[in-house]
Design a protein around this ligand. Structure first.
Ligand code: NAD
Ligand code: DAU
Length: 371
């Protein structure tokens, strides 16, 4: 069958990527969706079980840094859209091993950009798009000017400062992770400005929901509460993050891929700020209630530990441009999203056990080769 579009999604076996792949495969049977993923520790094909046999879906195991392979794939599959999520994504790992972050996030993005350019440029860029998924962490950190919280008219939830990241905020990354993402964002914009490649960049706040690797706060803590293990709270737990349900991010990516303006940047966030310690108490209360434990029974698991080096104090995204220009809004209230998320992890202990033991990766080399 001739497909209307051939779209390559990188990092589609990871947390956010799997939700984007699922949305596109189901919503657009007229598109061929090619999921290119290296299957690092963070890539898990179990995240895509429900769509793996869909006729418009193809999985390819490859490293985005493999320029020759990626160039050939873009040519052979006649790729006209790239939604680029593949990355090393965990801040704590970047502190221990910054080189891997520079390799994948910077050189890997450059490899994809150059491969796409050399395939697309000779025939003209009409109908092509390179969509780069980035993070709010590139903007640096904001102050807690209102530590007790305040409620501006545009936010359904309390905010902890009077400044927000907008699309015009200057880049000021602090961790090796955010420095590598900032660098990749600059390369994407440079390919637009220098070669005329149609690009778009989005910077999103913290995502939560099913299929997130349990090294990140929310799945790690849900699993630890369930098993009554200590909850390692960095510093005083005062840091603020702006949380968005992952399916709302995937919906935003869909809208921007189809209707976003070329060369634009869009910030994506939920106006949903939480101090870590308050969020952790909500997680404890929710797990305890669902498991039928007495209210607050597990608060003694909270264990304050040494702070993360260079720990950014507050992230807060102003996503009004995206709402105004493209009509996107988060669909879920946080309470509803957290309830769904906690229930999902409690119901999917096998998935958690597989990723924590590493079993999910056992057969990948035999099945897909070790690229
Ligand atoms: P993740 O770590 O869960 O998944 C990353 C995926 O990329 C994995 O499937 C992994 O196998 C793949 N990958 C890694 N290196 C690769 C390589 N060299 N070649 C091919 N594939 C490779 O990450 P995530 O949390 O889903 O984040 C996805 C993207 O969204 C990242 O670019 C991240 O910077 C960005 N982002 C994440 C968040 C968040 O809260 N998680 C928020 C904003 C932006
Ligand atoms: O803001 C978007 C970013 O959100 C993404 O770009 C990153 O890929 C994603 O990992 C996430 O980064 P954070 O560092 O904010 O997420 P993490 O879940 O690691 O931590 C959330 C907060 O909780 C942060 O302030 C650190 C704190 N924390 C985290 C862990 C894992 C703890 O206190 N204890 C922990 O054990």
């Amino acid at each position: 069958m001739a497909y209307k579009r051939n779209i390559m999604i990188t990092g589609g076996a990871g947390f956010i990527g799997s939700h984007v792949v699922r949305l596109f495969v189901k919503k657009y049977p007229q598109y061929h969706i090619i999921n290119l993923d290296k299957l690092t520790y963070a890539g898990n094909l179990a995240n895509l079980k429900d769509i793996e046999d869909a006729p418009n879906y193809t999985f390819v195991r490859a490293d985005i840094c493999d320029f020759d392979f990626v160039s050939k794939l873009i040519a052979e599959q006649n790729i006209d859209g790239i939604i680029h999520l593949a990355a090393e994504s965990h801040v704590d790992r970047s502190i221990k091993d910054p080189f891997t972050f520079a390799r994948t996030n910077v050189l890997g993005t450059l490899s994809l950009l150059q491969a796409a350019r050399l395939q697309w440029e000779p025939k003209g860029y009409e109908g092509k798009l390179f969509y780069h998924i980035s993070t709010d962490e590139v903007y640096g950190a904001l102050e807690l000017t209102h530590p007790e919280g305040m409620k501006p008219e545009f936010s359904a939830h309390e905010v902890y400062g009077d400044k927000f990241f907008t699309e015009d905020t200057a880049y000021n990354p602090h961790s090796p992770y955010s420095a590598s993402k900032a660098s990749s964002d600059h390369f994407v914009r440079a390919f637009h400005d220098t070669y005329g490649m149609p690009t778009v960049v989005t910077n999103c706040s913290n995502n939560y929901g099913p299929y997130q690797f349990p090294e990140k706060l929310i799945p790690l803590f849900i699993n630890n509460i369930r098993h009554r293990k200590p909850l390692p709270v960095y510093g005083k737990g005062e840091n603020v993050r702006d949380w968005l349900y992952v399916e709302d991010h995937a919906r935003a990516i869909d809208v921007i891929f189809h209707e976003g303006r070329v060369a634009e940047t869009y910030n994506i966030g939920g106006f949903n700020e939480w101090k870590n310690i308050d969020l952790i108490k909500v997680l404890i209360a929710t797990v305890d209630r669902i498991l039928g434990r007495p209210a607050g029974a597990d608060e003694d698991l909270i264990t304050y530990v040494t702070d993360r080096a260079g720990h950014d104090l507050r992230y807060a995204i102003d996503s009004r441009k995206l709402s105004r220009d493209l009509g996107w809004k988060p669909s879920l209230q946080f309470e509803e999203g957290i309830e769904k998320t906690v229930r999902w992890y409690l119901a999917n202990q096998e998935w958690l056990d597989n990723v924590t033991s590493g079993d999910y990766q056992k057969y990948y080399d035999a099945m897909y080769g070790n690229r």
